[in-house]
Design a protein around this ligand. Structure first.
Ligand code: GLV
Length: 371
């Protein structure tokens, strides 16, 4: 007989309140995508599923602006896609160059180091960015097989320029790996035109699908490197496993919405709503963390923590009184910023107004500590 009784918590109904997810993700999932994800599941090897996977591939090719054949949705988080990219393209002992200006570069450096690569980093404090000249100089020095850059650095709210870097990587026979988890659909990226060799994203940000699937694409240069390895990769990619069927239904629907709306319209909308939010934040006397407007990530806006306030108290107040998530920093930006994300479905001026109202209320009601 069983010795461990049913846990009392399991005898209570599920509680998952409705919340405004105005942080850096996941963002609210629109009813159309929820409904798609809630359809009766089919077998992961049924013919309809192959067709859905093929649709997803084309949806990702559009979202990434690529014709790469090796374009798939992984089962897993954006982190899984990050690991997949590094594990499959790099062999132990090879040189890897990582641009760190927030948490994501730190994480890639850690992954690459743990798998035995020879890791070199270029480091800036959150909000910093790298010139193409600096990148080229580091490439000449370290001769990496892979260079990693975060396009949408959500921990700092920075959207890193990408133009020209792919060409530098080609010149130095290096693969260019770009993380667009927080930026895809919100800020322009052109995988083929910008000579990006490996690109990945997550499902839960501007795509508005539930977390758990991760689009990734490899071009021929990346495939050539992967398929001519001398050692086996640590992570076995792709097959055979039972994929998250419901997650793929939802991802397909989110990519369909993006295709219907159009990428350019989605970029325009994120920029417009972000600009509206910036004005409102400045009207509240708040200071935007990234001074250069063109470098701000349109999906995640970072605010410098207002003088004299405890950021944890402000965020807790907003959650308690407005059922709204905003967040603090992440990794190296903890204690430096508060973050507001308005992505995809959430990217509306009315939501910006709600976020501003909640912030104004918190600023009024949270005690200002004496410095
Ligand atoms: C992502 O999960 C973030 O918090 O930036």
């Amino acid at each position: 007989s069983v010795t461990i009784p049913p846990p009392p918590c399991m005898l209570r109904p599920l509680e998952a309140p409705l919340r405004y997810l105005f942080g850096p993700g996941p963002s609210n999932v629109p009813p159309r995508i929820l409904t798609a994800g809630g359809r009766p599941i089919i077998g992961h090897l049924h013919p309809e599923m192959y067709e859905i996977m093929n649709d997803i591939k084309q949806g990702i090719q559009y979202a990434f602006q690529t014709e790469n054949n090796m374009t798939i949705a992984m089962s897993g988080s954006g982190h899984a896609a990050m690991e997949c990219a590094v594990f499959n393209t790099v062999e132990p002992g090879e040189s890897v160059l990582v641009a760190i200006n927030g948490i994501w570069g730190e994480r890639v450096a850690e992954i690459a180091e743990r798998m035995g690569a020879n890791v070199h980093t270029m480091v800036k404090t959150p909000g910093g960015y790298f010139s193409n000249k600096e990148i080229e100089q580091a490439m000449e020095k370290y001769k990496p097989v892979l260079f990693f850059l975060t396009h949408g650095e959500s921990s700092a709210g920075l959207c890193h320029p990408v133009d020209g870097i792919g060409d530098i990587c080609r010149k130095h026979n290096c693969l260019f790996l770009v993380d667009t988890v927080a930026s895809l659909g919100a800020a322009p990226i052109f995988m083929d035109k910008q000579n990006i060799d490996i690109l990945y994203t997550g499902s839960q940000k501007a795509l508005n699908a539930p977390p758990g699937t991760a689009p990734i694409s490899f071009n021929d240069r990346a495939c050539h490197k992967m398929f001519n390895r001398k050692t086996k990769p640590v992570q076995i990619c792709l097959y055979h496993h039972t994929g998250p069927v419901s997650g793929f239904f939802a991802l397909r629907e989110s990519l369909a919405i993006l295709a219907e709306k159009g990428l350019e319209e989605s970029w325009r909308k994120h920029k417009e709503v972000a600009a509206y939010l910036y004005r409102g934040l400045e009207d509240l006397g708040l200071k935007l963390f990234i001074p250069e407007r063109d470098l701000r990530l349109p999906s995640v806006t970072t605010i410098a923590i207002p003088e004299g306030y405890n950021w944890r108290e402000l965020l807790a107040y907003i959650m308690k009184h407005h059922q709204m998530e905003m967040t603090g920093g992440l990794g190296p930006s903890i204690g430096m910023v508060m973050r507001i994300g308005l992505m995809g479905y959430n990217c509306e001026k009315t939501n910006a107004d709600m976020a501003l109202h909640a912030l104004a209320d918190a600023l009024k009601n949270c005690k200002k500590s004496k410095a």
